[in-house]
Design a binder for this molecule. Sequence first.
Ligand SMILES: Nc1nc2c(c(=O)[nH]1)N[C@H]1C(S)=C(S)[C@@H](COP(=O)(O)OP(=O)(O)OC[C@H]3O[C@@H](n4cnc5c(=O)[nH]c(N)nc54)[C@H](O)[C@@H]3O)O[C@H]1N2
Ligand SMILES: Nc1nc2c(c(=O)[nH]1)N[C@H]1C(S)=C(S)[C@@H](COP(=O)(O)OP(=O)(O)OC[C@H]3O[C@@H](n4cnc5c(=O)[nH]c(N)nc54)[C@H](O)[C@@H]3O)O[C@H]1N2
Ligand SMILES: [Mo]
Length: 813
Amino acid sequence: MTNLWMDIKHADVITVMGGNAAEAHPCGFKWVVEAKAHNNAKLIVIDPRFTRTASVADLYCPIRQGTDIAFLSGVAKYLIDNDKLQHRYLAAYTNAAFVVKEGYAFDEGLFSGYSEDKRDYDKTTWDYEIGPDGYAVVDETMQHPRSVMQLLKKHISIYTPEMVERICGSPKETFLKVCQMIAETSSPEKTMTSLYALGWTQHAKGSQNIRSMCIVQTLLGNIGMLGGGMNALRGHSNIQGLTDIGLMSNLIPGYLNIPIEKEPTYSDYIAKRQFKPLRPGQMSYWQNYNKFFVSFQKAMWGDKAQKENDWAYDYLPKLDVPTYDIVRGFELAKQGKMSGYVIQGFNPLLSFPNRAKMTEAFSKMKFVVVMDPLQTETARFWENHGEYNDVDPSKIQTEVFELPTTLFAEEEGSLSNSSRWLQWHWQAQEAPGECRSDIEIMSALFLRIRAMYKRDGGAFPDPIVNLKWDYAISHSPTAIELARELNGYTLAPVTDASGTTIPAGKQVDGFAQLKDDGTTACGCWIYSGCYTEKGNMMARRDNTDPGDRGIAPNWAFAWPANRRVLYNRASCDPEGKPWSEKKKLIEWNGKQWVGFDVPDYGATVAPDKGMGPFILNQEGVARLWTRGLMRDGPFPTHYEPFESPVANAAFPKIKGSPAARIFKGDLADLGTSAEFPYAATSYRLTEHFHSWTKHSKINAILQPEMFVEISEQLAKEKGIAKGDWVRVWSKRGSLKAKAVVTKRIKPLVCDGKTVHVVGLPQHWGFIGETKKGWHPNTLTPVVGDANTETPEFKAWLVNIEPTSPPADRQRTV
Ligand SMILES: Nc1nc2c(c(=O)[nH]1)N[C@H]1C(S)=C(S)[C@@H](COP(=O)(O)OP(=O)(O)OC[C@H]3O[C@@H](n4cnc5c(=O)[nH]c(N)nc54)[C@H](O)[C@@H]3O)O[C@H]1N2
Ligand SMILES: Nc1nc2c(c(=O)[nH]1)N[C@H]1C(S)=C(S)[C@@H](COP(=O)(O)OP(=O)(O)OC[C@H]3O[C@@H](n4cnc5c(=O)[nH]c(N)nc54)[C@H](O)[C@@H]3O)O[C@H]1N2
Ligand SMILES: [Mo]
């Protein structure tokens, strides 16, 4: 979230699109209810299904899954055509006036530089024109034909209300009502918050779905504002923490990156990351990258990371491909090139796409280690469960090790929530049986591996044998020890910007004190400030909220620097005065920035210095056009899902997202709308959490078995009655479930064709207290988002027919 949960209460308009917050975030959703009750806020829900969130909306608009870019580009066009823009914000805080380099082009759905063979772009032309002064060229009139504003107008010109209806199946009148409600917030006094989750991310163009709304929010001046922002409602209790800590093959904690093969030396690596300002007077905060990086290396390898060995740069792996993401991992396993998998809190046999492929991949591995407090289908992938898991164990040689772990309530530590708050929690009870915490298991594993390397040597044992591991009990580091390391500490006396000298061996106050000369260590720079000399900031529980801004600065710790609303400098006009007194977050008092939140800006940088509010960006402003930063284009473009019921009405030649990676076998596994005419999607229910609550009796009673939701119209066409057993199948697999025939799903008309939506909730498997059933991933295709590789779980094709119950569910008379 750019903003935070409590901030939603200040919104004037709330758009839930690409998520179902009432169902999946029922506790956080109370802030939506609060905004409706006390701020006269209007709730808009845009979803293929009439959801629990839609049931309390002021306006519900149906949409075909996978078409949000067309819809939101249509909204942006409406705002521009009807002059519903926050003009001063647009001119001062966005790149609307920047001039793009000659050579950049967009034609028939493709940007300049496309290579069909590589399914990738050469992005050389995706940049600004650079003037003789070394800075990006700006045309303040925004009239230059290559200014971002003119390019944007042209790019979205095709998304008329008629085109939106053709692509999305959203009735034109409802679409226009949505536009009008959203347009109200172009006033500096009014804000809209955008709440989204997987309905946007789980598409081959997931990141661009989000970008589309960023464009809308930027045109409206809603970023950095109270009750505004782009707010990703996160998944598992610590999934925000997972991304922050960089648990991805291409990341280092704090959104730094793992080097690539083409960066063999530290100087190659760092030259590409310490971005120089693109406008006079900008901050470009990533210029501090080296301080965060060197401090990270010191936290990892202590004395072994020295200036002389480039801070142990050689200890880091160098990627030969963009990522070793999970999709690639299972592809390699299927090809017999990945022989083992240590799985920690993950049940991929159910939660990853194309079950048949997953089973094949697991069957080819030598070993699988499952660390989990519960039994999972993944740990039992080799076991025959009749038609629910029809495998032959005698043909599977994979060795499976199950290591029982503790659950969050059995340990202390911190969880990072969607608001970027690091919240400490305390142990509630002792763990049962022989289970151990994840930390203890990983530590034991590490200590044994290190001992083997010390004993036997190897090609390059240095990164492992030299890892700094100085915890009081080496096989059991405590959560506090780890938190202190993430915060960072001094290794020698350090003088900060205010001239204060901090002695060696002290916790730093924040990332501003980190150095690139080896005198500080820090595990994750954005978490710096969470555990200082004052103690555990994450354990703070003072909910005092001056000015009722929803900020509560002394409750837990928010990254970065305990800042609650990102880009909050943009809540003031260029002179430093809040756009709206009612929505004041910070202001310039003549000497410094003061207010309810920690300023996201140089604390004493005066407004007349003209520094932009988006201080991490080289240009200091928000990007309507993203240069070469996205793999699939600087503007979002409507592409159909890889399996789609209709052709692309905007760019008929293009199938799927042109820059999304897809492996050969997975491409061959795609079906067509002739064989599989219905548009399927998958989603959650409040009563279950993924596949683990099926172990709990109460949840199993509340939602005992798998079902499939279809419209009354499709049910009639297919001769399916409420409660009948149906078979749903795709090119990749087949499952059985009971039919729920509902008014909540209605057929859509897209480009003159009736499209039926088939909905599959995703909480059942073959073990646990619930009835045996299938996960929708028996059916889903393997293709990921072009930028993140998140699988396209939300839009694929199926067929459906009435069927007989599974053998164990047949009634005997
Ligand atoms: N009770 C409960 N809560 C949970 C979870 C759980 O399992 N149970 N899981 C947690 C996790 S890990 C996550 S990531 C979050 C997910 O939170 P959400 O994303 O809110 O959950 P989903 O049910 O996947 O909802 C997606 C919604 O998007 C809609 N949708 C699908 N495709 C599209 C599309 O192309 N466009 C639009 N506009 N809408 C679309 C679906 O109809 C559905 O209503 O929930 C978290 N909360
Ligand atoms: N078709 C379809 N597929 C999807 C999605 C979708 O919307 N549609 N959503 C995707 C999303 S957003 C997500 S997040 C994934 C979820 O996919 P998974 O993460 O595979 O699903 P969970 O069932 O939540 O599995 C988490 C496991 O962690 C275990 N666990 C809990 N606490 C601990 C702990 O402290 N330590 C350890 N070691 N284990 C623990 C639980 O017992 C559980 O078995 O599914 C994805 N798959
Ligand atoms: Mo998730």
